[in-house]
Design a protein around this ligand. Sequence first.
Ligand code: FCB
Length: 438
Amino acid sequence: MSGRSGDADFIWGLATAAQQTESRNGRGRSNWDVWSDTPGKILDGSTTERLTEFDTRYPEDLDIMASAGVRHLRLSLSWPRIQPEGPGKPSEAGLDHYARLFDAMQARGIEPWVTLWHWDSPVWAGDFVDRDKAWRIADYAACVAARFNDRISNWMVMNEPNTVATRGYGAAFDPPGHGSIPKAARAIHHLNLAIGLMATATRANVNGRARVGTVHNCARAYPANANPFNRLTARFMDDVWNWAFLDPLFGRDYPVTLRPLLYGAVKSGDMKIIAAPLDFLGVNFYASLYFRMIPRKPFIELGGWPDSMEKCGLFPVDPEGFEDILTTVHDRYRTPIYVTETGFDVELAEAWQDRVRDPDRTRHYDSYFAALARARARGADVRGVFCWGATDNWEWSEGFTHRLGLIAVDAQTQKREGKDSLFKLDGQIARHFGPNGA
Ligand code: FCB
């Protein structure tokens, strides 16, 4: 039994996203298709053509999850599958695909938690420098919510707008690859507008019991060292990364330091649209961020984590940072929180056995669950946790070079197997959030 763990309200599950797992079959062309088809954009040269074929192999993945006691799966829908050619009337085939997937989940006792936008846009929809994209994506949200209003209880309108704005607009690491601070400023405001419009459009189309939230990557920003330029950079990035998105969502104005940059895009009535009510905030956390200034574009570089933190692939292991961000977000906004992603990139080895025997992942989850329990004991209203990722998958511009999954997938042969850590999660959660709560 999972998602119970003695504490009726605390749930656990896994998390995944369409553009990291589905193949291109049966959907329109996406911004990430264009990007990955451009030579030099993806670290290992992989493209979005097949990925882990979740669109056809989901029965097998869901069977493995169910056998490990997974009762909740956060997953995103592909906008290019639902509106492949243009706005308005959605593709019935696209919607039917997800109806079958939800059937398969519910037949196995797995509750779908739906993210409407986890970064994949149909090419026709353009990018977020264009204000109108906020209305296009809200129209997509309305179509999906209208179709699935009776069967989805938890909606998340958007995943990590801050990652999109910084990596794709401020820098040129991800699509659309602008590498421009003025364009990033416009994108930040238009992504916020999109969240507000999508939340309103979703709520207008679902029944009153459904809950509507959104997901943010929350992490405090610190200087890589005591250099005064790095300190300024970290203060600036703390505002950009966290508060430029969360403050307006909760009815506040943009951080003072960013107003000169952001106000150019703001029109009368926008801040009210952005502050549409939300039932919960999804917090994704991997590690606190450390920054330094560099003398070339994009002028700010991520890196310089303290040596005391254990290294682990993409990010170090930072339970103190996790406890800190959960209590900080709670103190600032007093909103119900779900941790909608956290995970570890432990396997550098290629051998299959080394990928599925993963004691370090279990050890790191233990330290993060303990941190989460401490944050709850300090008052943070955290109601559940989703582990990233359900399977090993395509890590965006990093291709297949990182493996954070609880289920191992060989992207060549499509072989899958649950990792040891997957089968330990239910017991771990019960120990940390057991009969008397945290
Ligand atoms: C998060 C993304 C998710 C995944 C993890 C590792 O920022 O939301 O899609 O790539 O990082």
